[in-house]
Design a protein around this ligand. Structure first.
Ligand SMILES: [Zn+2]
Length: 246
């Protein structure tokens, strides 16, 4: 079974969606001691884990990217492309200053630059510590009516590929929301489609369809994820044995 962990913020006021810098460092250090991190599609045998960060907030570049380099880890960053600026000279302190609920208000994504820029995304890709997923264009609930699915699911991929010069093969569903049309279109354009829980698109060779995405925000202790990971792994293996009748 391949565990996939979903994180959002570092040092945000939105505590359910955030870890502190200290907790994240202790947690990532433990991961580096116990697991090998992989990008979607990479060979996944035992003791492998996939780390995913949603929304591409600037706090990822500021706090997490240095830790990935320090501990030799890889992470998938899910980017909502409508909020990404080419570059910015806004100081880091201002970029980190918004409360979570203010980030998507009005033109704050331009006047505060609370998301990673394309310049920063390219730097992270070139470091080989970060791979990019599309997280739709506008970070909308794709299961609602009157959403332009072609634009949110497919054009978001094209925009990222043109700006970053890499293939974008993963899609992370905003809010984990979807319906049949969303899944069909996402599967058409991406080999890897993530939500919370099991994968919607088990095309990752070597994991036998066994992928499980769990929440890594608001960790109470640096090792609190490892116990549920073991339990999930145990039950997934048990279910497979029952299905296969062995
Ligand atoms: Zn999101």
């Amino acid at each position: 079974m391949l565990p996939v962990v979903m994180y959002h913020h570092i040092n945000s006021d939105d505590l359910p969606l955030s870890n502190t810098q200290e907790m994240m460092e202790a947690h990532l250090r433990l991961i580096s001691e116990r697991y090998t991190t992989v990008f979607p599609g990479e060979e996944a045998d035992s003791n492998v884990i996939c780390l995913t960060f949603d929304d591409a907030y600037f706090d990822f570049y500021h706090y997490v990217f240095p830790l990935l380099k320090k501990y030799h880890l890889k992470a998938l960053l899910a980017v909502p492309s409508a909020f990404i600026l080419e570059d910015t000279d806004i100081p880091s302190k201002r970029r980190l200053s918004l409360k979570h609920h203010e980030i998507y208000e009005e033109d704050n994504y331009k006047t505060y630059a609370p998301f990673c820029t394309y310049t920063e995304l390219r730097e992270m890709i070139h470091s080989s510590h970060v791979a990019i997923a599309s997280h739709s264009m506008n970070h909308v609930n794709l299961s609602e009516e009157n959403v332009d699915l072609e634009k949110e699911i497919f054009s978001s991929k094209v925009v990222l590929e043109e700006n970053l010069g890499v293939r974008v093969e993963s899609f992370v569903l905003p809010y984990g929301k979807y319906n049949d049309a969303v899944v069909a279109l996402a599967r058409e354009h991406y080999p890897y489609v993530f939500r919370i829980g099991n994968a919607l698109n088990p095309s990752w060779d070597g994991i036998g369809g066994l992928l499980y995405r769990i929440k890594g925000d608001a960790l109470p202790t640096p090792d609190s994820l490892f116990k549920p990971l073991k339990q999930v792994s145990f039950w997934m293996k048990t279910i497979v044995k029952i299905v296969k009748g062995s």
